[in-house]
Design a protein around this ligand. Sequence first.
Ligand code: ADP
Ligand code: MG
Ligand code: ZN
Length: 189
Amino acid sequence: MANPLIYHKQGWIEVICGCMFSGKTEELIRRVRIALIAKQKVQLFNSKIDTRYGLDSIISHNQNKVAAICVRKSEEILALLDKDTRVVAIDEINFFDKGIVEVCEKLAHAGKRVIAAGLDTDYRAEPFEVTAALLAKAEFVTKNLAVCTKCGNPASFTQRISKDKKRIVVGTTDAYQARCRRCYKKPRN
Ligand code: ADP
Ligand code: MG
Ligand code: ZN
């Protein structure tokens, strides 16, 4: 069988980053829809950690929905890749192992357009390493902002309102709020 990675067209990496509720998923879905209108084959991946909306789709906070393949590890993306795929979209890159950076690079080298969306920082406002690395390697970078739930200014911080201390805790408005620089309070310790 032909290696699906061999595809002699120019590829590149686009990253859509920002805090929670900043419209990353919405923007990812918008770009995917445009590629589909152009009749390009798209494969959309999400992490199995993101169980918020079932395991066969991604849904934005405003209920925009598209079919997606949920994977546990970054290398599964290469294994599941179809030969004629032109666009590989990956949501919640911050949930993936650090191999996701190399996977995106391999795909781009092989001529795929890679669109990756994810949080740039965690609830303590520290960078997610995979997103930071991918931002450094991407050709195109978009940073979205949300609306601060306290004061209405542009927000780039994710405030965790639940008591959890783990870095990754999946949740929506029950556990997180978008906050601006002034209204964000860094959790102690
Ligand atoms: P992300 O993937 O960045 O978490 P989504 O694309 O899933 O964000 O959702 C973005 C949508 O969330 C917005 O279009 C809006 O309808 C909704 N939303 C809820 N709270 C906020 C907020 N504080 N700021 C901006 N959008 C919000
Ligand atoms: Mg999202
Ligand atoms: Zn504010």
